[in-house]
Design a protein around this ligand. Structure first.
Ligand code: PHE
Length: 336
């Protein structure tokens, strides 16, 4: 009998050691602990144990019973808590969470497209600082001392000699100061103007400037380049016109208009009934500017142009309020 008790102990201990889930636990209970289980059978055999052996056998049987019951209870508790905790975290039937992908901001997309077109014409991309000297932003670009753009009303002065650049044209000055012609670059970046914020103007916006300086650069080349650009960027069949204009750093200066592609030139809200959209400013680099950076205007000439990236995106995509480009409202940004 003692032997049987030992055998059952070993048998139970092996069986319980390999239990890893609740189903196997139930099998273990049926085999050892149920009413017809191995333990109960052994307890019943007590009846046939000779009287004098009963105390010893009974004692051993009780030890075995307690061992099996205690071990079973703790095994049950540990398995139940393990499965309960995984169940609350891991529901394999739940639908997955959707991953949100970001995308390029409309202004970045617009600039990328502009860059791509000009790179195709052989222009490189140059950069300059947003905090500029008054000299690079104004003086070198032929702005007279009393020019209205120098007024605090239009310009954020950081101190007497430094401003937040009001246009990307100072990058022209920087490029020409450190390179010898030929120069053929576009210069994108942020610019700042002390203007009241409205649907049409913002205190911060982006421009892209272009500069080509070499021997014998002509206005015809300027026109050819800008017309090719507009045809690639806006519409292949557009009509255009160059209107005389004024910038201190170019002479002659012009503004370029294209036919309104919304109304095909018939007049609508976007072109304010004129049939034309102004897309950029341009001109031949003023000889004074060439002299200011140490070039000889008898030897080299150049053209420059500049456009607002916000304005360009607004024209192309029919957006009527510049502020929406800075709001970061996902519902707007998702449309592009
Ligand atoms: N810098 C001018 C502006 O801010 C644009 C421009 C650039 C005009 C280059 C002519 C040539 O309005």
């Amino acid at each position: 009998m003692i032997e049987k008790i030992e055998r059952l102990r070993t048998e139970y201990s092996n069986a319980s050691g390999s239990v890893t889930d609740l189903k196997q636990l139930e099998e273990l209970r049926l085999k050892f602990l149920s009413r017809n289980g191995a333990l109960q059978q052994l307890l019943e055999e007590m009846k046939s144990v000779p009287k004098e052996d009963k105390p010893l056998v009974g004692k051993e049987l009780n030890i075995l019973k307690k061992y099996i019951q205690d071990n079973f209870t703790s095994l049950k508790e540990s398995l139940e808590s393990q499965f309960a905790s995984t169940a609350s975290y891991l529901d394999l039937s739940l639908p997955g969470r959707q991953i949100e992908f970001g995308s390029k901001h409309l202004l970045t997309q617009t600039l990328d497209e502009i860059k791509k077109i000009f790179k195709g014409f052989g222009f490189s991309v140059a950069d300059g600082p947003e905090l500029e000297s008054d000299f690079n932003n104004f003086t070198a670009l032929n702005f007279p001392d009393d020019h209205p753009a120098r007024d605090m009303q239009d310009t954020f002065f950081v101190n007497k000699n430094f401003v937040m650049r009001t246009h990307t044209s100072p990058v022209q000055v920087r490029l020409m100061q450190k390179q010898v012609p030929p120069i053929r670059s576009i210069m994108p970046g942020k610019v700042y103007r002390s203007e009241a914020i409205s649907a049409r103007s913002y205190c911060l916006f982006h421009q892209v400037e272009g500069l080509y300086v070499d021997k014998n650069v002509t206005f015809a080349e300027l026109k050819g380049t800008l017309v090719s650009f507009a045809r690639q960027f806006y519409a292949t069949d557009l009509k255009y016109r160059f209107r005389p204009s004024f910038f201190p750093f170019t002479e002659p200066s012009a503004e370029m208009d294209i036919t309104c592609y919304i109304c095909q030139g018939n007049g609508c809200r976007v072109c304010k009934g004129s049939g034309w959209l102004e897309i950029l400013g341009c001109g031949m680099v003023d000889p004074n500017v060439l002299r200011n950076v140490g070039y000889d205007p008898e030897q080299v000439s150049g053209y420059a142009f500049g456009m607002g990236i916000e304005r360009t995106a607004m024209l192309k995509y029919g957006i009527n309020d510049i502020r929406i480009l800075f709001d970061n409202d996902i519902r707007f940004l998702r449309q592009f």
